[in-house]
Design a protein. Sequence first.
Length: 78
Amino acid sequence: MKDHIKRWLNDWRVPAVLVFIWAFSPFWPEPHIWGKIKWIIGGEAASMRWLDWFDFAWHLIPLTYLLHLLNKKIFGEG
């Protein structure tokens, strides 16, 4: 059972689906993470409260995990 879960967590397709669903939702009128990035780049980072930063980090979790798995796949376990 543990091997099955480990295999599932190390498959890049799982976080890829999570990135699409978790990082980009809500999708309308624009993806949420995209709105936060535009907010930060636009100079509004000073007006962001801790909850806004937490929300930004929360939506980046699956993207960070996907990049971690792709890094392991490309450059090895290291």
